[in-house]
Design a binder for this molecule. Structure first.
Ligand SMILES: NC(=O)c1ccc[n+]([C@@H]2O[C@H](COP(=O)([O-])OP(=O)(O)OC[C@H]3O[C@@H](n4cnc5c(N)ncnc54)[C@H](OP(=O)(O)O)[C@@H]3O)[C@@H](O)[C@H]2O)c1
Length: 284
């Protein structure tokens, strides 16, 4: 990875931090993103202390589309190319929350923010072609039948875990449509489930009740974030997958995602709706 520039969203904690660390150890210049300056600074400083790794941080809050735009603009000012974008940041929220853009927050953080960020960074990725995009989804996408547009607009009953499953399905539909639109020799885009990992995920007061209890009880038996970084690092750096695009990886190898995640029409609708949601929010 020497000479390559990598962005890892949510790189201050958990799987993202371990991914940033492993890619820096492979020689990449890593820019991790954090929404909290103290966390970003702490993570970048800790990773830099390891054998002189080249790690910096930049602010990004995916709950704000303007923050995604600002990040992309600032990144393009500072760097002339981007070899790998790892859309890792994600969250599950037990309480319905509305983003400043007016959309349900689980959908926005896990999908819409990453959608806008990726599109704004396509120029920098093209400048590094062949470049790669890695989307961190989840096996729980299998529990979702489709995107619920009422939910995105804050209507109907909200169940945080189900909203999360649908947002992770959106990650796969986005991967599919983006891969269709991009030439594989230009930018390869793939998605993955990192495993069930003992990170801070679901433990920061964002979840409660049975889900939080389940996460707490299971934690001692879960794999480490370093193990969770294995697939993101593989898809970001291995020559074995240089020609693979639009694929989904789980438990160490390529797998077929759910039927809902292979629905080309749903992927097109999600793309068009996401463009519209971003334009509407940014023009107001
Ligand atoms: N852990 C698992 O078992 C598991 C399983 C399947 C998929 N995943 C996926 O793996 C990815 C990483 O999760 P993790 O397990 O490493 O969780 P984590 O330890 O909670 O880390 C999540 C990262 O995302 C960031 N983040 C949260 N909300 C954000 C926002 N609004 N804007 C920007 N960044 C935000 C967090 O920043 P803060 O530090 O500021 O909160 C943190 O850096 C997620 O996409 C998750 O859905 C995890």
């Amino acid at each position: 990875m020497h000479g390559k520039t990598v962005v890892v969203t949510g790189g201050n904690a958990g799987i993202g931090r371990a991914t940033a660390r492993q890619l820096a150890q492979k020689g990449a210049r890593v820019v991790l993103t954090a929404r909290d300056p103290a966390r970003g600074e702490e993570a970048a400083a800790a990773l830099r202390a390891e054998r002189g790794a080249d790690v910096t941080w930049m602010p990004l809050d995916l709950g704000s589309l303007r923050s995604a735009e600002t990040f992309a603009a600032e990144f393009c000012k500072r760097y002339d190319k981007l070899d790998v974008l790892i859309n890792n940041a994600g969250a599950v929220l037990s309480e319905r929350t509305q983003s400043e853009d007016g959309y349900e927050m689980t959908f926005q953080v896990n999908h819409l923010g990453a959608f806008l960020l990726t599109r704004r960074l396509l120029g920098a990725l093209r400048a590094a072609a062949p470049a790669r995009i890695v989307n961190v989804s989840s096996m729980v996408h299998r529990l979702a039948r489709g995107v619920d547009w009422d939910e995105v607009h804050g209507k109907g009953r909200y169940v945080g875990f189900l909203a999360y499953c649908r947002a992770k399905l959106a990650n796969l539909l986005f991967t599919r449509e983006l891969a269709r639109r991009l030439g594989p020799d230009e930018i390869a885009v793939n998605a993955l489930h990192p495993g069930t990992i003992a990170s801070r995920f679901g433990r920061d007061g964002d979840t409660r009740g049975l889900f939080a209890l389940g996460v707490g009880l299971a934690r001692p038996f879960l794999a480490s974030p370093e193990r969770g970084a294995a697939l993101p690092v593989y898809l970001a750096s291995s020559a074995e997958v240089a020609d693979v695009t639009g694929a989904y990886f789980e438990r160490g190898r390529r797998r077929r995602p759910s039927a809902a995640a292979r629905d080309d029409e749903a992927a097109r609708v999600l793309w068009d709706q996401s463009v519209e949601l971003c334009e509407r929010a940014l023009s107001s």
